[in-house]
Ligand binder design. Structure first.
Ligand SMILES: [Mg+2]
Length: 422
């Protein structure tokens, strides 16, 4: 049997573990595009990377307490404007119609008594990571599917008829140990278990006895992995429920691999098991901001992002040989560039190459609104294949990077900046 375990309104529930006065009331977590790494004076910022086990982009968390006013409110020409979107809402808030991704200003109109808390990603990461550890100790085969979702396979370990009891114990223990409410779906097939969790929510357990009967009237939108494209195609064929999907096997098989995979998942015949966590293939950050026309300021921001990426690279002890830079402009243009650098990675080298890349692709007189930088193609450091000429300087630079990394680990990421960031 497969279990799918999903934390109920995770970020909101996580805030409740810290502040119990938030229990039982309409509340939500909101966020704004994270720009604080560019602030010239930051305090106590720590970097997080994927070692923490959750599948969200690297995030930064300021120790400084964020208030609603300070975090969400802008004053534009004397007018008070509430910015940001809802990232997670409690069930009490959902009862008023508040939904994920809704602008906070709009949500507060629907639910004026709602409390909105600025997001604390480090808390969510830590909880997610601890929960994953707990799952690994208590379920023989477990897969983390997202920051708040896990698949478990208990076949051959818990008898089928005992799975509900097992899930109930798990649910109670997670509540007790972590203060988090989870819902659990149980089924013979992995993706049906995930679907069943929706029937279990909030704070429930739902076990699918007969897959065919269960899926019969469920709308296609509810199935994980039926995106907008598939929905459109299915509606053209008057298919609106999973039961109708099941009766249209030939159609799905005409759509080749993606169609066949979907058909098997919907009918619970995919035979898919628990996935091993893949190695991370790239490390990157992107940031969105109001248009910047000043080339120097854009360059400075690229350097800051480079420092953060370099830190993660050194921490992971990989040697990326592909550097990627993309700039989106307010005018709708975007430019990008990939550089293959077959040398030993260091912050100095990375910043130098990025500076050259930026010079080459930047569009004069255009307003940059988004920067994306990543590194990929991690190679084993093989001295033979690396450019011999640069080897000595590279190893020196790498040595320096390692030392710098140790200092930053202890004192925070802002402790050492290079001249090109100033
Ligand atoms: Mg959830």
């Amino acid at each position: 049997m497969f279990l799918h375990i999903d934390i109920d309104s995770f970020f909101a529930s996580a805030e409740r573990t810290v502040d119990p006065s938030l229990e039982g009331i309409p509340m939500a977590v909101g966020s704004r595009s994270n720009l604080e790494i560019f602030e010239k004076e930051r305090i106590g910022v720590r970097l997080m990377n994927d070692n923490s086990g959750a599948f969200v982009a690297p995030v930064f968390y300021s120790q400084r307490e964020k208030t609603f006013e300070a975090y969400f409110v802008d004053h534009v020409d004397g007018e008070r404007k509430i910015r940001g979107i809802i990232t997670s809402a409690s069930y009490e808030a959902r009862a008023c119609g508040v939904k994920t991704a809704m602008p906070i200003a709009q949500a507060l109109k629907l639910c004026p008594q709602m409390i909105v808390i600025p997001s604390h990603y480090r808390l969510y990461h830590t909880l997610s990571q601890r929960l994953y550890g707990y799952m690994q100790r208590n379920i023989p085969q477990v897969e983390q599917f997202s920051i708040d979702e896990f698949f478990g396979d208990v076949s051959g370990w818990i008898a089928d008829e005992d799975t509900v009891e097992f899930a109930r114990t798990l649910q109670a223990e997670i509540r007790e140990l972590f203060g988090l409410p989870v819902s659990i779906g149980i089924a013979k097939a992995k993706w049906i278990a995930k679907l069943a969790t929706e029937s279990a929510k909030p704070y429930g357990i739902y076990r699918v006895e007969d897959i065919d009967t269960y899926i019969e009237h469920i709308p296609i939108e509810a199935f994980p992995g039926i995106g907008k494209g598939f929905q459109r195609r299915l509606k053209e064929h008057y298919i609106t429920t999973l039961g109708e999907v099941k009766r249209n096997r030939a159609l799905f098989y005409r759509w080749k691999k993606p169609g066949i995979q979907l058909y098997k998942r919907v009918t619970g015949t995919d035979g898919e098991g628990i996935a091993k966590r893949p190695d991370r293939k790239s490390i990157g950050i992107s940031r969105t901001f109001d248009a910047i026309y000043d080339i120097e300021e854009v360059r400075r921001r690229i350097m800051i992002m480079a420092r953060h990426i370099a830190h993660m690279v050194m921490k992971k002890e990989v040697n990326p040989t592909n550097y990627y830079l993309k700039i989106n402009y307010a005018e709708g243009m975007k430019v990008k560039c990939t550089e293959s650098v077959n040398r030993i990675f260091s912050e100095t080298l990375f910043k130098r190459v990025l500076t050259e890349m930026y010079k080459r692709i930047s569009v004069p007189h255009a307003g940059a609104v988004k920067l994306s930088i990543n590194v990929s193609n991690f190679s084993e450091i093989q001295h033979k294949t690396l450019s011999l000429l640069s080897f000595d300087t590279d190893t020196d630079a790498k040595h320096l990077s390692v030392e710098v990394r140790k200092l930053r680990e202890r004192f925070g990421l802002d402790i050492i900046k290079t001249a090109n960031e100033l």
